[in-house]
Design a protein around this ligand. Sequence first.
Ligand code: DUR
Ligand code: ZN
Length: 296
Amino acid sequence: MHPRFQSAFADLSPELQSALKPILDAEDFSARFSPEQIAAIKQQTALDEDALAFALLPLAAACALAPLSDFNVGAVARGKSGSWYFGANMEFAGATMQQTVHAEQSAVTHAWLSGELALEAITVNYSPCGHCRQFMNELNSGTALRIYLPGRQPATLGDYLPYAFGPRDLAIETLLLDPVDHGYHLSGDALEQQAINAASHSHAPYSNAHSGVALESASGQIYAGRYAENAAFNPSLPPLQAALILLNMHGESCTQITRAVLAESPDGKLIQRQATEATLQALGCQHIRCVELQKP
Ligand SMILES: O=c1ccn([C@H]2C[C@H](O)[C@@H](CO)O2)c(=O)[nH]1
Ligand SMILES: [Zn+2]
């Protein structure tokens, strides 16, 4: 298993350890669980879903990259499909605070990039901050999303975010995790095509400035992330962060990215380029290409 899981794994119950070991030991474990895996773990451990999600939190938190705070936040998102997704916070030394990814954003984005079409619940080891509550209010599950915290009664996002401001205040009907395809014309090599494809599925109903980032890792794998805009604007998650979430969840190193492509509109009202370059440079990646999206 990935070395980051070893210490949290050692503290799990023997039953949970034996149910999880073959899954964590798989070469291609990407910090998500299929419905079949969840059913098997539940059967082997006699844990119900809520207890299992809590028991998995230390493993999710072990994916955190927190060089500034040393504060590891873990989240487990449960999709409508029955698949579960880990999330963890990510901090970037040498960038700005604004580049930080919260564990809840990580789990939600991990699910979105994995093709999940709606979330049912999220379990987190600390109370979600105001920024995360607002970020999650962009989801198509709306205020019905169930939130589980250690030592608290299960509640909904609506309970955590009363008098919520959200997409409907700006007359936006397409919500985060709703399938969209802006249909941009694919061109270039595989890395460029994945960045363009990500932009085609990005959620940017407020600016229409779609964007996507594709990263090539040390192992030669490609991880593509899409921009996830938010009704309150500031909690929006840039496309680089989305790609870094996926790369981290697959157990790869953010400081060994070999090449990156950003795809965005040449005449968009927003520009991701400078922020993307600055954060990638802080991560030691110098090979950054920008491509212009071509309207379908
Ligand atoms: O809801 C929250 C609150 C904080 N953090 C992270 C962000 C930062 O990395 C660290 C300290 O705030 O904890 C989260 O992941 N989720
Ligand atoms: Zn937060």
